[in-house]
Design a protein around this ligand. Sequence first.
Ligand code: IPD
Ligand code: CA
Length: 253
Amino acid sequence: MKNFAINVAKQAGKEIEKRFNNDRIVKVKDKSQIVTQGDLIADRIISSALKKRFPNHKILSEESGLKKEKSDYLWAVDPIDGTTNYWIGSPLFAVSISLFFKKNPVLAVVYAPAMNELYFAEKGKGAFLNGKKINVSGNTRLDRSFLTFCHGSSQKDVKRAMKIYTKIKFQSLDSRQLGSASMELGFVAAGRTECIMIPGAHVWDVGAGILLVREAGGKASDFRGKEWNFDSRDMVASNGKIHNQLIKFLEKI
Ligand code: IPD
Ligand code: CA
């Protein structure tokens, strides 16, 4: 399964990379969310490979919805996480693929072709960036931490994210929105940043990244501190050391 998932992510990633800076917008959904040709091509590559190899597994893809099956296995797929970055020429976008067993993430691949970064994790076996083991940072101080945030597509989630930003900006070393949830989770796993917060997170955006963070020694929960699960809406993932400070902050939002 490991090699299969990595190969499919790479295959889709290479196709996207070919179109990077030379793609077209196919449609605009939910006001500000664009879909490019690259999103659809990557979706086709991943979905057809999964259907062929695991015909009985469920598949949940941002671009093609849910393939229902009677199975404990579900693949959560974001063909391009960070489409707006991809469209404006920023390399911070990735193919994100995760496998859930009974609603728990057990395998994760996040592949960022334009950054030449491939993150991989398997439950109980650690997290890796380009084959090297990664760990979350050892930082214990919120006021010395770098934080990022994203938001779901509803107006309510955007407003909540803005509220988080205006407050946390002054309590951290710096905070910013990078535009690719899966990569931002990868950054936490690799110890580059200390945390990412997302009001209204989608499973396909965060499934893989959450396993990366957990396997790198970090923590992922909802905004009340309950371990993140498939049905959680909000998500905060951190190096674990500043998690309680973050929950105390988020409880007031
Ligand atoms: C988006 C990115 C972004 C987050 C949005 C997601 P997409 O993914 O992860 O950072 O703020 O909620 O939808 O739409 O580019 O796959
Ligand atoms: Ca996407």
